[in-house]
Design a protein around this ligand. Structure first.
Ligand code: SF4
Length: 270
């Protein structure tokens, strides 16, 4: 089985000291798996993790070259698709703000609380933020949707989306891993929800914690959490629900990327 972000995260000390250049161990683990960052950047990797570290290196050696190339190709194809769009006309439908600088149109899009300035050939991050080619792919996918359909206000499960069968397991794994991390940590979770500007809500089922996140203006995600009940032998559970129009804004892969990004941020509550 390939080494996952969570596998790397479990290898790290978890002290969030920031010496690797990332604010948290989880952010560093994500970089290692998604961008081929060297594990040695963490000076505190325990010696007993040497074998696991070798597995990460061999996975990076096998896949990263190919992966970088395919990311660059996908990004270029999406930028070509977005190039003819009239940014001024699609801004409102995407919840974005239109602007121009030096004759170059751009859209300002709030993304997890940061304002990104997206040109037709470049995503500009706020000072101090790192660029991420995976994120750029998913943002151009959002723009390419042109925001043509209003949100419905109806919440649906991932498996209700067309052609989602092959990806349902990925979402289920994300939900299961997040539930394990959050078990018994409801207070930290509530603090994290507030920090991420999630809105507590009465929507949805009888979950103990219910919050709506808007990582992108037109892609709200309803997060539901049930903590473990030892008396009933009931493990903690997490579910993510989506607006019924979500498929008009993001393809399934991009949606999973967004949920994974949200889950990583919520895991930091643990
Ligand atoms: S240097 Fe290591 S321990 Fe410190 S934040 Fe980075 S990964 Fe975590």
């Amino acid at each position: 089985m390939p080494v996952s972000v969570l596998d790397v995260f479990k290898m790290l000390p978890g002290s969030n000291c920031g010496e690797c250049g990332q604010p948290t161990c989880l952010a560093f683990a994500t970089q290692v798996i998604k961008e081929g960052q060297e594990l040695e950047r963490c000076p505190y990797l325990p010696e007993e993790q040497a074998a696991a570290a070798a597995a990460v290196k061999s996975q990076q050696a096998e896949g990263m070259g190919r992966r970088r190339e395919s990311v660059a190709i996908a990004l270029e194809a999406l930028q070509e698709k977005v190039a003819p769009l009239d940014f001024a006309a699609i801004a409102e439908g995407l919840g974005a703000v239109y602007g121009e600088t030096g004759g170059r149109p751009y859209l300002e899009v709030p993304y997890f609380g940061r304002i990104l300035r997206i040109f037709k050939d470049q995503v500009q991050y706020p000072p101090g933020s790192r660029s991420n080619p995976w994120e750029a792919i998913f943002l151009y996918n959002y723009l390419a949707s042109q925001g043509s359909r209003p949100l419905t206000g109806d919440w649906i499960a991932f498996q209700s989306l067309p052609n989602s069968v092959s990806k349902v397991k990925t979402l289920e794994r994300l939900q299961r891993e997040l539930a394990e991390q959050l078990q018994g940590r409801k207070t930290g979770l509530l603090e994290k929800i507030a920090a991420l500007r999630g809105e507590l809500t009465d929507l949805g089922e009888d979950a103990e914690v219910k919050a709506v996140f808007r990582p992108l203006p037109k892609v709200p995600i309803l997060f539901l959490f049930w903590d473990a009940d030892s008396g009933e032998n009931f493990p903690a559970q997490v579910r993510f629900l989506f607006d019924a129009a979500v498929a008009d804004y993001l393809d399934l892969e991009s949606l999973l990327f967004l949920v994974e990004s949200l889950a990583q941020r919520l895991q930091e509550a643990a």
